[in-house]
Design a protein around this ligand. Structure first.
Ligand code: IMP
Length: 200
């Protein structure tokens, strides 16, 4: 699955290349197309900002179906033992009676998705399901059902293809694994020269 990249002092490596991403996202688009083949109205795909935007863009182009799109932003912070999640940007659509698909980049502990599902279910959708590009199932704290999964991955920190470290590195076509997160935390620009060859 991996291919070692030399720049960046061995701090990262390609984890999932663009061709494999495109192939898997294409298959997920087909799966979702089939799921809603007989739906009375177009499903509403809800992307969680910002990490899932690139995935959403590719996913909906792979869906042979009429769809609507909306966005939500949430913030989560931990205090003492508890993690609090809240909505900082809400939907524009009324989802009552509609088929809704939550589009996530990564399901990690499951806390964010659990909160989102509860919040959206309260609004009375016709159906509610989730598609995630990546599932770090080994790190789950809260069990949560995920109907469509791109890749089940181990406990590794990834950047690229929409996913970030401190707001950086979202705009690479390939997905990278960070091999030394402590080093990156010390030097957040560490991967810039390697990932963006013309950067200086
Ligand atoms: P959860 O509530 O722990 O499931 O958090 C999921 C969110 O954490 C994702 O939507 C990402 O924003 C973030 N996240 C988890 N793992 C990674 C990673 O490896 N790279 C970048 N963001 C991550």
């Amino acid at each position: 699955m991996t291919e070692v990249a030399t720049a960046g002092g061995g701090a990262y490596e390609i984890f999932i290349g663009r061709e494999r991403l495109a192939e898997r996202v294409g298959a997920l688009g087909e799966e979702l197309g089939e799921r809603f083949a007989n739906a009375p109205e177009p499903p509403i795909l809800i992307a969680v900002l910002k990490g899932s935007t690139m995935f959403l863009a590719d996913l909906i182009r792979a869906m042979p179906a009429d769809v609507a799109v909306d966005f939500m932003a949430i913030s989560s912070y931990s205090s003492n033992e508890a993690t609090q999640v809240r909505i900082v940007k809400d939907l524009e659509h009324d989802i009552t009676g509609r088929d809704v698909v939550i589009v996530e980049d990564i399901v990690d502990t499951g806390l964010t998705l659990t909160y989102l599902k509860r919040s959206l279910a309260e609004r009375g959708p016709r159906s509610l399901c989730t598609v995630t590009l990546l599932d770090k199932s080994a790190r789950r704290i809260v069990p949560v059902e995920v109907e469509h999964i791109g890749f089940d991955i181990p406990d590794v920190f990834v950047v690229g293809y929409g996913m970030d470290f401190q707001g950086r590195y979202r705009n690479t076509p390939d997905l990278y694994a960070v091999k030394d997160l402590a080093r990156l935390a010390n030097d957040p620009l560490l991967l810039v020269p390697g990932l963006f060859a013309s950067a200086h």
